[in-house]
Write a protein that binds this ligand. Sequence first.
Ligand code: NAD
Ligand code: DAU
Length: 335
Amino acid sequence: MKILVTGGAGFIGGNFVHYMTKKYADYKIVVVDNLTYAGNLATLKDVKDKITFYKADIADRATIDGVFASERPDVVVNFAAESHVDRSIDNPEIFLQTNILGTQVLLDASRKYGVSRYHQVSTDEVYGDLPLDRPDLFFTEETPIHTSSPYSASKAGADLLVMAYFRTYALPVTVSRCSNNYGPYHFPEKLIPLMVVKALADEPLPVYGEGLNVRDWLYVEDHCKAIDMIIHKGKVGEVYNVGGHNEKTNISIVKTILDILEKPYSLITYVEDRKGHDLRYAIDPTKITKELGWVPETAFADGIVKTVHWYLENRKWWQDILSGDYKKNESTWGI
Ligand code: NAD
Ligand code: DAU
């Protein structure tokens, strides 16, 4: 089996490559990533001898066609995306370019060369948000698409395109919509890694608004396991929600990190709220649990300690990002 993984030098894609190379020694893994600011070859250095890597933009039709022509993958898993909501608010254009048009290029190549599965890694953000005072409500696969940010709108556009290629061309697709991930190799612009590196530097921790927005956190390896199950056992044309019923306010996450690092709460600084800030995300994972037997394995109390310790033990990985050296070291896989 040959799997083409796009965005494999990013956070979740990188963890997925580690997971798959460990679990399936006989699979061939081809990674396509154009190494944007969020892509880091150091994330893949431990598995570099087990993969084939192409530095390529998923929206570059000619190059992607060439990769498919020479690699002929059986399965495509598309992680490649612009992924940060705040950046999408500042500059939406690249989000539409990569997330929508890039997806279309991959779908066309998948059709042309014939794949047994095209899997789109999507997000719970396509459902918009839930009110804070209705803890009984959850996102199911039937929840209407109702996006808030240019990022989530671009991911929703891609999802609709993927489903259109299933209906119109019978391309064998699946889509997963996961809640917030955390774990190793998470770029330090997102809440958890940002707070860890700022706390270690005794810098102010910027909490948006009152810190009461709720996210549903899942350890990244549990997301990788879900995608593994979907590409092997999932039904084509189906959407699967992925989440572990682990809702936390942002302020409680920040305090947990400060507790683990034994740093004072006085580092917390409340700053201006994000524009259009989604209030609460909460996934109902009944479908993937019932149909595929997926259940999360890592409890948040363990996963967050493991994650903070990873950042303590892998300082070079994130310090090279903060200094910009990770881009200078690209030719040597950040070694
Ligand atoms: P990330 O920003 O850490 O990584 C994205 C990767 O894609 C980077 O390696 C980047 O270089 C690459 N990339 C970006 N544009 C590209 C292009 N045009 N061509 C080729 N490669 C390109 O993102 P992440 O957090 O790992 O998210 C991966 C996927 O999972 C995204 O599709 C995201 O929408 C989705 N998702 C993320 C989360 C989360 O909590 N992080 C949750 C649910 C879904
Ligand atoms: O739900 C899945 C989504 O989770 C993914 O689709 C996105 O790619 C991923 O980035 C993530 O989106 P969020 O916007 O939820 O993640 P972020 O880490 O940016 O923010 C989490 C919460 O923390 C959010 O309510 C905003 C808040 N926040 C974030 C930052 C960066 C702060 O309070 N301060 C900050 O500095």
